[in-house]
Design a protein around this ligand. Sequence first.
Ligand code: AMP
Length: 285
Amino acid sequence: MILFKRPDDLIDFIQKKRKSIIKIGFVPTMGALHQGHISLIKKSKSENDITICSIFINPTQFNNPNDFKKYPVTIEADIEQLELNGCDILFMPSVDDIYPENFQKSNFELGYLDNILEGKHRAGHFQGVCMVVKRLLEIVKCDILYLGQKDYQQCMVIKKMATDLNIPVKIKISPTIREENGLAMSSRNKRLNEAEKEAALVIFEVLCFLKDNIFGLSIPALLQTGENKLTSKRFKVDYIEITDEILNPIKNAEKNQTIVALIAASIGDVRLIDNMILNNANNAE
Ligand code: AMP
């Protein structure tokens, strides 16, 4: 695996490679890699000639400075995992590389996506996400960008930005990888103590409960029970929502529509998010 720190070096390298016809897959991450990230690397490797992973803890997407300060960093282990899984290139820029002095901040028109769920609870978060992804795509110029369904709303936001700005990239979304007990893998899990990790299983339990009962109970009853289950494990719930495919809350569940449940909740000072497709109109989950 080749490590690039400076954008210009990576840009040069990619330009040279582009002289022959190759396909480039890109997996942007904030490091503290787990099998969720690795699943994206593997998917990219199976579909491209070159797979690039970036590790960059993007300050502009953290609305909470403490969350940024405490974001886990495990660079040596990350490099080992990437090499083990055949990643071709690791891009590890500094904050100044991504946001140089002359960097022009732009406002991304994200519509309702900026004001609901994660957008509502983490003001400015998606602006920061778009800022970094746009910049990374300018550098990496990949054919396919690989994202995880774990960040459902983020996938929608990035797709919208890429479409609106005519960025010529294909976006592929991979399913959420979970621990055997159902806990969605997340870099933030590293900050949970044993008791919190045990309690965090309730998130998956609630999502399964919603899936099992989506056509049996009313949506308000489902949400209330879900919230009670979360708070009984001392979670502070930011939101628990049942929506259609594009994140509009629904009042009734119809079998011919895609239905998604999304949860964001904190235990101690660790905020976790998860989601599940409760009904897939395309039957393709
Ligand atoms: P992050 O490092 O958290 O910014 O995540 C980098 C990429 O990995 C994003 O596209 C995430 O959606 C994806 N990802 C994070 N956790 C998982 C998971 N458990 N399963 C699949 N993809 C994931």
